[in-house]
Design a protein around this ligand. Structure first.
Ligand SMILES: [Zn+2]
Ligand SMILES: [Zn+2]
Length: 347
């Protein structure tokens, strides 16, 4: 159940928005792990007692709708006739707010989610040629633990031809020759607070690599730390483990929350997963909207999903055509003669 409302007033309480009769379709996730769906009538509750009966406007939002840092702990509406509160779960905090305000926050989140993250993040580009790396990135680039930079295969080939056989094409550090020294290099950067290295170490624990025993709780701990430091990939992984209950209690809203965070920063795979979630729920229009974004960023899986939606009558021919063109443009953008040659030579 929701946390009981305290009596302490708090200035961090969100102002109540106007009651709305109809809210545009948007996913609402309650702290009770139920998924609700608008449009539903949203009422303003005149009393706290009535408000406490209405938990349906509670939702998971991606970022605090009130000033940053204000949601580190539960905050509550002041008592009184205007305290028409239900609960909103924000990044682990409980915030009481009115149904109308909660619904408005959900609409705001939906708008932010659909309007942002249409460009791939800076970290998806090669640090040498500055071109975005093709998807899936592990097939087109290699990350070196010396600097944690992901260098594209084209630049790796060019470096090899210049005689850099055993050193990083970016920072020129000699590459580790065994797992222990590789782990030591990662740890060195972890100790300096490098978000990418912390994320990468989390992966090693998750898969039990580099001589480490598989340790999912440790991986989660590291991914959370990296996510706090801005690691988009960590949000993506946290999305999967929470959504699927992998090594941790299943918590689909929390998983979706992490995918939303990553998708709004341009993570293609997380955007794809949001489309998949909507598809599972039968919200085909929303699914197509998400997949349209990721297909235009070069995700073949999303393009194929839109094709399937078109076959089933859930997407129009125009939408499929738009996705095809967008996908084609995105894949052309990541090509270069150097990369094509690397591909031909099997680099
Ligand atoms: Zn490159
Ligand atoms: Zn390096």
């Amino acid at each position: 159940m929701l946390s009981p409302p305290p009596t302490r007033p708090d200035s961090n309480c969100l102002p109540f928005g106007p009651a709305r009769s109809i809210i545009p379709a948007v996913r609402i996730l309650t702290p009770h792990r139920r998924s609700l769906r608008f449009p539903i009538p949203v009422r303003a509750f005149p009393t706290r007692e009535q408000a406490n009966m209405s938990e349906d406007a509670a939702l998971v939002v991606g970022s605090p709708p009130s000033p940053a840092g204000a949601l580190k702990r539960p905050v509550f509406c002041p008592p009184g006739p205007s305290a028409s509160c239900s609960a909103i779960w924000v990044s682990g905090s409980t915030l009481l707010m009115s149904d109308a305000a909660a619904a408005q926050a959900a609409v705001d989140l939906h708008q932010r989610l659909m309007a942002s993250g249409h460009e791939r993040p800076e970290g998806d580009a090669c640090p040498i040629c500055f071109d975005l790396i093709g998807l899936p990135m592990h097939e087109h680039a290699k990350r070196n633990v010396c600097c944690m930079k992901r260098v594209c295969n084209g630049c790796a080939l060019a470096a090899y031809r210049r005689g850099m056989y055993n050193s990083c094409p970016f920072c020129r550090t000699n590459l580790p020759t065994d797992e222990a020294s590789e782990l030591a290099m990662i740890q060195k950067r972890v100790d300096k607070g490098d978000a990418v290295a912390i994320y990468f170490l989390g992966n090693q624990y998750y898969y039990g690599m580099l001589g480490l025993a598989r340790d999912v709780p440790r991986a989660i701990e590291l991914w959370r730390e990296a996510a706090e430091l801005g690691s988009i990939n960590s949000h993506h992984h946290l999305g999967h483990i929470h959504y699927n209950g992998d090594g941790i209690e299943e918590d689909k809203p929390r998983g979706i929350h992490h995918w939303q965070q990553a998708a709004m920063k341009g993570d293609v795979l997380s955007r794809h997963m949001l489309g998949a979630v909507e598809n599972i729920d039968g919200n085909y229009q929303l699914a197509v909207q998400h997949w349209m974004i990721s297909a235009k960023m070069g995700d073949e899986g999303s393009l194929n999903e839109i094709k399937e939606m078109f076959k089933k009558g859930h997407a129009t021919k125009a939408q499929y055509g738009e996705a095809l063109l967008g996908y084609r443009d995105a894949t052309e953008e990541v090509k270069s003669p150097q990369r094509e040659e690397a591909k031909r030579l099997g680099v």
